[in-house]
Design a protein around this ligand. Structure first.
Ligand code: GLA
Length: 731
């Protein structure tokens, strides 16, 4: 869990916000003396697609010109390295300084082993000093050869920069190793790893100061000495106060030079109150299913065990397991069936109406579930998927309406059988049994493929086998298909026509519709050709709006906040998918790490996705689901905003000085209001209530804290930490 902990220091750096750019590939373009003056100048913090190269996949080059002053070298007490930080590049790169290779991430199609995209990895290249290829006080060229396999391409995250590190910069507050455990007394136990990443010993002092930004008070300070041999690390443990706006500032002071490296950890805090022992019902109030198809549904409820369930008015063909709350059977003929769901325990009972809408429409509320991708990448397995389902039940996610378990890329066999049939690979020995076990728990079973010959991960896609694959999914009991463009992009003309873009989705939809199942169709082609305008016409219920998200704030801005113009198209069965929630332990099957979003950024992401009525898809490693993340995901008042039956996407009604207000109309006339501080520090403001309430008095409720704020009539005052949110319900 969060805590942006990138070390900062007194080291000077040169920002590289722009580069010359050309599509194509030519070995001469790495040379410093090549004349690139005719190339277009692009920003290095945004995909080239967004800067005039819409839809381009394949090779391209960036050339960054930079004068490296010798004074930069003189300002360092170490002078052993030039750091060339190139941020993240989509998808693979080879980077040269004045014609000499300084780093490479991922693989090019012509490399041994073939193409491998590593869009998610930060390129932090280091050049040993002294180095003859550097031209001090003169023009240098960093030339970056890029291959984009599909979707967004090129530089896209934070600003690349150059520096000559100090010795103290070798000391890093290792984000991947940090962990925070919320204690019952409201404090947190923090374990932090301090690592010396340089080949030189570190000796100095570490100071930690815990500060409450809201009250502007120092809550705790501590000092300790640090001695670290080259390439070693030390673990530090502290019990710290927790709450909104509380941060730990870490400062390492090098004993020799007095240079400092600093980092700020935003500490996690839980807002969601614990569930009470009395029975309560949660989750969406309606479900769409096609007549005559199998149905699996788990009633979402909390309360002290044992719970007993009832369902009055359940149509014939469906039955309820009174102990587990799982409803199963065959969807009745077309119609709206109003069922009175009930739950009771020793302390009382709760009832509420639930409507089964038997008809053509699926996903009447945004799908909520888990997807394997960001946790396990291509290493996903049957046992990891079963584990995720188990955690859904054991940790109370299913009790709040989390109901789908979706396998992403990496399940497919290496080859098809002689008759063309696909099967699971050795990590998925029995897909039918896996689906059955999910259904027995009242959970949905999701799968992934591509209309291309291969998927983005290089596995088998469905090209030429669409009907065969749909039939296989039908046999396995699949309820959800994510269909990811990937290699199909290479078969399209450049630029592709709208019809060409739609065709593979139309085809797979036809195949899916032959199956006697209610299969939700999730389109993944990164938002190309304004898919939100035609997604329903090719059978989709949800469609990705953008390229892949990652656990950085800029990605949340790009995938989430930038979607404001398109929320008007959202309606039941028509959902804009800004990609998954970046919460919990992530790692794409490689090095697991807590989400790099700060706790406030995570509250903001969950709030914004709820307001936009986005599909709520988590993708964390469920084996290490922590208390903070659980709090983020089990707040039934927040989830109810997302699952509201009206199915509206919030409108952004204010965007001023780094403040944004998003308002979502809810069934019954109330409004959900998100107030976001997009600024870089804790700030206060006053929001005009006319943006979301009728004149006169209105009742306000804090959704995260589940607390009444009372009757209000005036404007609303908020103080929010950097990138933080207030999520209100207004009646
Ligand atoms: C693409 C998609 C991701 C994921 C991977 C799997 O990048 O956008 O969501 O499905 O492919 O390879």
């Amino acid at each position: 869990m969060g805590g942006a902990a990138s070390a900062a220091s007194s080291t000077q750096s040169i920002l590289l916000p722009q580069a010359r750019f050309a599509t194509g590939d030519n070995a001469a373009w790495r040379e410093p003396n090549f004349d690139d003056s005719g190339w277009k100048l692009l920003s290095t913090t945004q995909y080239y697609e967004a800067q005039g190269f819409e839809g381009y996949d394949g090779y391209s080059w960036y050339r960054i010109h930079v004068v490296i002053p010798s004074a930069l070298r003189e300002s360092s007490d170490w002078r052993k390295r030039l750091r060339v930080y190139l941020s993240a590049i989509d998808d693979s790169d080879e980077s040269y300084l004045n014609g000499v290779l300084i780093g490479k991430t991922g693989r090019m199609p012509s490399d041994p082993g073939g193409y491998e995209g590593r869009w998610d990895v930060v390129r932090d290249y280091q050049v040993d000093l002294p180095n003859d290829s550097i031209r001090w006080d003169a023009d240098n060229v960093i030339a970056v050869r890029v291959y984009d396999g599909g979707g967004g391409g090129g530089f896209y995250r934070d600003t690349p920069h150059l520096s000559i590190p100090q010795r103290a910069d070798g000391l890093q507050f290792d984000q991947a190793q940090a962990s925070h455990r919320l204690l019952a007394n409201g404090k947190i136990q923090s374990v932090l790893s301090v690592r010396n990443s340089y080949p030189v010993a570190q000796r100095g002092r570490l100071e930690i100061e815990v500060r409450d930004q809201l009250k502007n008070r120092v809550l705790m300070t501590r000092k300790q000495s640090i001695r670290l041999a080259p390439q070693t690390s030390q673990t530090l443990r502290w019990t710290l106060p927790s709450g909104p706006g509380i941060q730990a500032r870490l400062r390492y002071l090098d004993a020799g030079s007095g240079h400092a490296a600093t980092a700020i950890h935003q500490l996690p805090y839980r807002l969601t109150p614990p569930d009470g022992p009395k029975p309560a019902l949660h989750g969406a109030r309606l479900l769409g299913s096609r007549p005559g198809t199998p149905l699996h549904y788990r009633i979402a409820a909390t309360g002290r065990a044992p719970l007993r369930f009832s369902a009055q008015g359940l149509p014939r063909g469906l039955k309820l397991d009174g102990k587990t709350g799982v409803i199963s059977g065959i969807t009745p003929k077309e119609g709206r069936y109003i069922v009175k769901l009930g739950v009771r325990n020793a302390l009382g009972s709760a009832k509420r109406e639930w409507t089964l809408v038997a008809g053509a429409q699926l996903a009447l509320t945004p799908p909520m579930g888990w997807n394997s991708w960001y946790a396990h990448g291509l290493a996903v397995s049957d046992s990891l998927v079963r584990k995720a389902a188990q955690v859904f039940i054991d940790k109370g996610l299913a009790a709040k309406g989390w109901s789908r378990i979706n396998i992403d890329d990496g399940w497919e066999s290496e080859q098809r059988a002689a008759d063309g049939q696909i099967s699971g690979n050795q990590r998925f020995p029995d897909m039918l049994a896996l689906g059955q076990s999910l259904h027995a728990q009242g959970l949905g079973f999701g799968i992934y493929s591509s209309p291309g010959a291969t998927t983005c991960g290089g596995y088998l896609g469905s090209l030429g086998h669409e009907f065969n694959d749909a039939a296989t999914y039908g046999r396995w009991g699949v309820d959800f298909l994510k269909y990811d463009l990937c290699s199909y992009a290479q078969t399209l003309s450049k630029p592709p026509t709208l019809d060409e873009q739609q065709q593979p989705y139309r085809l797979m939809n036809q195949a899916l519709r032959l199956e006697p199942r209610s299969i939700i169709f999730s389109l993944c082609q990164y938002g190309e050709e304004k898919v939100w305008n035609w997604g329903p016409s090719v059978g989709g219920q949800l469609w990705r709006m953008t390229g892949d998200i990652d656990d950085s704030w800029s990605s949340v801005l790009q995938n989430g906040f930038a979607m404001a113009p398109y929320t008007g198209v959202v309606a039941p069965g028509r959902w804009n998918d800004p990609d998954m929630l970046m919460v919990g332990t992530l790692g794409l099957g490689g090095a697991p790490h807590p989400s790099r979003l700060t706790p406030d950024e995570q509250y903001s992401q969950v709030s914004l996705w709820s307001l936009m009525a986005a599909p709520l898809l988590i993708s964390n490693d469920m084996r290490s689901l922590d208390e903070f993340t659980l709090g983020l995901l089990t707040n039934h008042d927040v989830i109810a905003i997302n699952q509201d039956a009206l199915g509206k996407g919030a409108q952004r009604v204010l965007d001023r000085d780094g403040w944004q207000v998003w308002v979502k109309e809810l069934e019954g006339g109330s409004m959900a209001v998100g107030i976001f501080n997009l600024g870089e520090s804790l700030r206060s403001t006053q929001i005009e209530s006319s943006l979301f309430a009728r004149p006169g008095q209105f009742e306000a409720f804090d959704a995260w804290r589940q607390k009444k704020l009372g009757l209000k009539s005036k404007n609303i005052d908020v103080t929010l930490p950097a990138h933080g949110v207030a999520l209100l319900l207004v009646k």
